[in-house]
Design a protein. Structure first.
Length: 768
């Protein structure tokens, strides 16, 4: 059991001369020194960086004193031979490094078996030894990064608590509450009065089927849970394939790796042709987006979407696995992501573990329109680190149930909302800083988002220092301001404004409708002449997330077929043991614009992304004992889209979506399928036929009673209803409400009131 935030007095004393640097597996360069060379004359502090060993290696640290190799890696700084200087050469992560124990894509059990001093030598940033290095509580009395490292060890990126709970919930293995971590966790300083949403401990993900998996399908699916959910986290290195490699622990972010995972260090001992190395022996807070993408490309890939790139469909995936379903093909003129973005891997062009061509950059290469443009922030030169702050990156010091509970930066943090300027800080009151820290201090951290002399807001991006204006939305919704835009007022003020701002615009619209109906459309584009808002007893704050409308394109994946085959074995990423039941999986229809709406964990309306999983189990004799069955979630819901989770696609554009993509059109030219999908009623375009012959609508989240007879109506009878008498949720979500929130809808599909409000508010198209 790993306890965080606690270092013994003996350990503190022994660490007085250690440091808080963040390193990766460049320790392997130490083991590559020529063992046959003669003694090297000692330098003023150590022999490691002499001419025949690690001459000219980059200095790892900045913002504080220069560090010796042994400060982080351990070893004997005065030894004159490799064997005497190094802690060990018996373990290695790379085949070019000698050693009895080659840790090739090691399971967690193998890593846990590495002696502490050896792991520190190999990777001082590994979370197993970080309290001795990066998180040392004393360096010459000055202190190190202990607060940051103790908090980071509790992050979902390290424990996978929320992801494992979500995967288990989808498969019916457990409920939504996290029970397992990728490693066991115990928070020794959890308060007696536990705040909502906080975990005190996690058991390690078991390799044996847990008792909570009570159904036949859930028990059969469990090996898939272990194989698919346990790969990407900071307790181990990423796989040594193009675009996926990263170091373990703190170095996973702070020491960058190239997509081909080869080194460009000045250390002469490094093998420059070998995959599985960071670029430089250099710690950095200026983390490029390419580093984030080595993890954040899973399940539709937010890092790729921000660059205007999406996964392609696998239309033959199900039929190739013996299924009945052929998915929708990608557009015939779709343009693959260029070869220049791929690297050679065993003679083939690969990127993010996929062979070229796999990712798509443009839906139609025959026109001049980019249907999937990059996020405007990315296009302007802003990086992930310009928005996601220190608290989001390193945690709050408590173990949260879900990753979304660790996030506290909103669009409104910088841009504000109608009726209120941006506070220029996160919900947790964290300002946007440069983070140029020095050892033992907060360092010189100038704010990067601030009000300048003329009252406007600017953001300085961290990677290039470029300046960017930050629009204050309230100035665009105020008719007295130069930046006023009537479309912004109509859209933003009604959907996301404060209660007072929304009440004001509704009162003005209704007054115009009573005195001069023709002026309604002129002053409020999108509203038809004479439109009136119904009276409400008390106005509330808008609950539509900004990115719901400003996501220029939303990706959904309809249909995922997972096959467990007991004729094949796999190696457990937890225990290292061989088990029967190797898993293969294929995504079917990946769509570049399939907007479905629902509630997120804050009770706000947001896009949803589908996880539609159907499971086949082939036994050792080759017989299908489970044939393309829909998984049943921990709530007992089965079929249709299985679960749809709230998501921010990171595809923001200045110009929002047209209103008729969600609302009926007042001119009668309805985009029926778009509206049906948006409110969750489904279109019948994307289906999956399971092994029992049942057809599932994968974009259908709700069944509705159109005629009020108390019976859900046949979804195949397409048509846009004026309203519904009732709705029934057909899918759930892995998310839970944010702790402490009351009186807001739970995460998942829309409720009856919201669906009927959307259907009742008919608007005019704003685009030609």
């Amino acid at each position: 059991m790993r306890c965080y935030g606690k270092v013994s007095g003996h350990a503190i004393a022994s660490l007085r001369w250690r440091t808080c640097c963040v390193l990766a597996v460049f320790a392997l360069g130490l083991a590559a020194c020529d063992p046959t060379s003669g003694p090297v004359a000692p330098g003023p502090s150590e022999t490691c960086n002499q001419a025949k060993c690690h001459a000219d290696i980059e200095q790892i640290h900045y913002g504080g004193p220069a560090l010796r190799c042994v400060d982080c890696h351990g070893g004997n700084p005065k030894a004159l031979t490799k064997a005497g200087a190094h802690v060990t050469v018996d373990y290695s992560f790379n085949p070019s490094t000698p050693g009895k124990h080659f840790l090739d894509d090691p399971p967690l059990a193998d890593l846990a078996g590495v002696p502490t001093e050896v792991m520190q030598f190999l990777n001082p940033a590994d979370y197993r030894v970080v309290s001795r290095t990066c998180g040392a509580t004393s360096i010459n009395g000055g202190g190190c990064h202990s607060i940051i490292t103790n908090a980071s060890l509790l992050l979902n990126r390290a424990t996978l608590a929320g992801q494992l709970a979500g995967g288990g919930f989808i498969a019916g293995v457990q409920d939504k509450h996290p029970k397992f971590g990728i490693v066991p966790v115990q928070d020794p300083f959890a308060p007696a009065q536990l705040p909502p949403g906080i975990l005190t401990h996690l058991d390690q993900l078991p390799t044996e089927i847990p008792a909570t998996a009570t159904t036949t399908t859930a028990r059969a699916f469990f090996p898939a849970y272990e194989q698919l959910c346990a790969e990407c986290h900071l307790e181990r290195e990423g796989p040594k394939v193009p675009g996926r490699y990263y170091s373990a622990g703190c170095a996973g972010c702070h020491m960058t790796t190239a997509d081909e995972s080869r080194t460009a260090t000045t250390d002469p001992t490094q093998n420059r042709e070998e995959a599985g190395h960071p670029q430089k022996h250099r710690f950095t807070n200026l983390i490029p987006d390419s580093q984030c993408a080595h993890c954040h490309i899973s399940h539709l890939g937010r890092s790729l979407l921000a660059r205007g790139v999406r996964e392609r469909s696998e239309p033959d995936g199900d039929t190739l696995m013996g299924g009945k379903n052929k998915a929708a093909a990608d557009p015939p003129n779709a343009v693959p992501w260029g070869k220049e973005n791929y690297v050679k891997y065993n003679g083939l062009l690969w990127e993010y573990g996929k062979p070229w061509p796999y990712f798509l950059e443009d839906e139609d290469g025959t026109n001049t329109v980019d249907e999937t443009p990059p996020d405007i922030h990315t296009a302007k030169g802003l990086a992930c680190i310009d928005c996601h702050n220190m608290r989001e990156a390193h945690g709050s010091g408590r173990a949260q149930q879900r990753m979304d509970q660790e996030l506290d930066v909103r669009c409104q943090s910088c841009h504000g909302r109608p009726g209120a300027k941006g506070k220029l800080m996160s919900d947790a009151a964290i300002t946007f800083d440069q983070a140029g820290t020095a050892v033992g201090t907060d360092g010189a951290n100038p704010q990067t988002v601030k009000v300048i002399g003329d009252g406007t807001v600017q953001q300085r991006d961290k990677l290039t220092g470029g300046l960017h204006p930050v629009t204050q939305i309230t100035l665009r919704t105020d008719p007295t301001q130069k930046l006023y835009n009537p479309r912004t007022r109509m859209g933003c003020q009604l959907h996301a404004g404060t209660a007072a701002a929304r009440a004001a615009v509704k009162a003005e619209v209704n007054a115009l409708a009573a005195t001069n109906p023709a002026e309604v459309q002129k002053q409020f584009p999108g509203l038809p002449p004479g439109f009136q808002f119904p009276a409400v007893a008390q106005e509330t704050d808008g609950r539509t997330e900004c990115f719901t409308c400003h996501n220029a394109w939303t990706v959904n994946c309809y249909g995922c077929h997972i096959v467990r085959d007991d004729r094949e074995t796999y190696t457990s990423r937890i225990s290292g043991e061989k088990h029967v039941g190797a898993v293969k999986t294929y995504g079917l229809s990946v769509l570049a614009d399939a907007l479905a709406l629902g509630f997120n964990s804050r009770g706000h309306i947001t896009p949803l992304v589908g996880t539609s999983i159907f499971f086949t189990h082939i036994d050792a004799s080759g017989q299908k004992v489970i044939d393309a069955a829909p998984l049943t979630t921990g709530e007992g819901l089965s079929g249709e889209g299985n679960v749809h989770n709230p998501v921010h696609h990171h595809t923001i554009q200045k110009l929002p979506r047209d209103c008729t993509g969600c609302h009926p059109s007042a001119d009668g030219a309805d985009n029926v399928k778009a509206v049906l999908r948006a409110v969750g009623l489904g279109t019948g375009q994307y289906t999956f036929t399971d092994g029992a012959g049942r057809v599932h609508w994968l974009d259908r989240l709700l069944s509705g009673d159109y005629d009020g007879d108390g019976v859900p109506d046949d979804p195949s009878k397409l048509g846009l209803p004026k309203g519904l008498a009732s709705v029934q949720r057909l899918v759930g979500t892995t998310h839970m409400p944010q702790p402490g929130l009351t009186g807001v809808p739970p995460p998942g599909p829309l409720d009856l009131e919201t669906v009927n409000r959307i259907l009742a508010n008919k608007v005019l198209p704003q685009r030609p």
